[in-house]
Design a binder for this molecule. Structure first.
Ligand code: ADP
Ligand code: MG
Length: 240
């Protein structure tokens, strides 16, 4: 379980997360929607310890992410994160790219790392592409490779930050299908997305971010289907 407890985060004088609290239980899919600059990406970075926080706490299965002396590498093995774009190593094949972290971070031998990478690449539908170079992949395939790379660490949680927003429209579906598959498999996920229809479909809960706070949170039926606050209504209108 991920417990976000009254988190405040500033960059210098600029406070961008202003007291966010939210709990994500095992197996839950929570989508985070909201306008640009509302603090969505920053919150994800705080959850896996990529950014320090100024106040509050984030606990992952009881471990305080921002406690002094915490083993961040170990924590990050349990929380995969996939961004809008991931620059794979261009001179390594797809397979070699996905093998890297199991080799270097988990210390797996070559054969085992390869087995893990093949399994995860197959899982996201890239079995045929394991020996090509990333530059030969479409944007949708590159994003699926990035997902396979995160899955190769056997994470308990996955964080996705607008993983489809850099894609041509015709490539969005294949990546959303991959996310849906993970959700069906019971992966616990926090999903920052602009794909409102998808969020409605796949999420257990939806959080609408505005100015660094959760302005409205609830089931997709509540937040997207019948939003209670005028700003939520306004935002949803702007996404059509
Ligand atoms: P969102 O993902 O909702 O678009 P972000 O979390 O990326 O929003 O950004 C929230 C605010 O924090 C923005 O005003 C952004 O300019 C600022 N910000 C994000 N990252 C940094 C950084 N590394 N240094 C300074 N300001 C930042
Ligand atoms: Mg963002």
């Amino acid at each position: 379980m991920i417990e976000i407890d009254n988190v405040h985060k500033s960059f210098g004088q600029l406070e961008v997360v202003k007291g966010v609290s939210m709990t994500v239980s095992k197996g839950e899919v929570v989508s985070v929607i909201g306008g640009s600059g509302s603090g969505k990406s920053t919150l994800l970075m705080c959850i896996n310890g990529l950014e320090p926080i100024q106040k509050g706490a984030i606990r992952v299965d009881g471990t305080d992410v921002h406690a002094p002396g915490i083993d961040l590498n170990k924590l990050r093995q349990r929380i995969g994160i996939v961004f809008q774009q991931w620059n794979a190593f261009p001179h390594l094949t797809v397979l070699e790219n996905v093998m890297l972290a199991p080799r270097k971070v988990l210390g797996k031998g070559k054969a085992e790392a390869e087995e893990i990478a093949v399994r995860q690449l197959s899982h996201v539908g890239l079995r045929e592409k394991i020996n090509v170079f990333p530059g030969k992949l479409s944007g949708g395939q590159q994003q699926r490779m990035a997902i396979a790379r995160a899955l190769a660490m056997s994470p308990d949680y996955m964080l996705f930050d607008e993983v489809t927003s850099a894609l041509d429209p015709q490539l969005v579906g294949e990546v959303l299908d991959t996310l849906r598959m993970l959700s069906d498999e019971g992966m616990t996920m926090i999903l920052v997305t602009h794909e409102i229809r998808f969020a409605r479909d796949v999420s257990d809960r939806v959080a609408f971010f505005r100015n660094g706070v959760i302005h409205e949170i609830g089931t997709p039926e509540q937040v997207i289907g019948s939003p209670q606050r005028p700003e939520t209504v306004e935002f949803l209108k702007s996404t059509h």
